[in-house]
Design a protein around this ligand. Sequence first.
Ligand code: 2DT
Length: 212
Amino acid sequence: NHNTNNPRGALIVLEGLDRCGKTSQSSRLFSYLEGLGHSVESCRFPDRTTSVGQMISSYLSNESQLDDHTIHLLFSANRWEKRSLMEAKLRSGTTLIVDRYSYSGVAFSSAKGLDIEWCKAPEIGLLAPDLVVYLDITPEKAAERGGYGAERYEKLEFQKKVAQSYYSLHDASWKIIDATLPIEDIEKQLQEVALDCVKKCQKGKSISLLWP
Ligand code: 2DT
């Protein structure tokens, strides 16, 4: 596509603790934007379909053990392997709704005690989101929601540390939505901020890179 004035899509990222409702809200947002006639796709990290993603998946299900730094770099590599495709989609006008991104990468690894600047370094140069929405819930409330699964990080004590990491990572640009509100209320708030973001990108907001 040689038309550089083509309106671009927006990179919208949903973040939050396990069981905060990210996945169901991202599919609701997808339907909403699609219904308005926007070109939209959704994806998630980790993307377990690639060979890096399969290594991550087996680590998360405790089938393999990896050094904390190693798994951190694999999560980052899993985003790097999608970077050019994501950029192409944005430039062709497709909005991307992404379930977890670099913030999960930094929050989960630094919750293990890794240095935060070290954690941020391999993310430098990835596409910066146009919008980060944080679905805010306490680890205790999240744990009440039908309990955690069997994966490595799904334990209350660890989720408390992740919550603290997210807190030190967030900035004023994040939209924080109370994830304990009724599903439809969250959906409405999300629609509002997402649509606003999509419009700004259509009007020419340029793509920037991590960490802005
Ligand atoms: P899901 O349950 O959403 O599939 O996530 N994680 C995720 C990291 O530790 N680093 C990352 O970079 C990303 C994207 C969060 C699986 C778990 O993987 C964690 C939960």
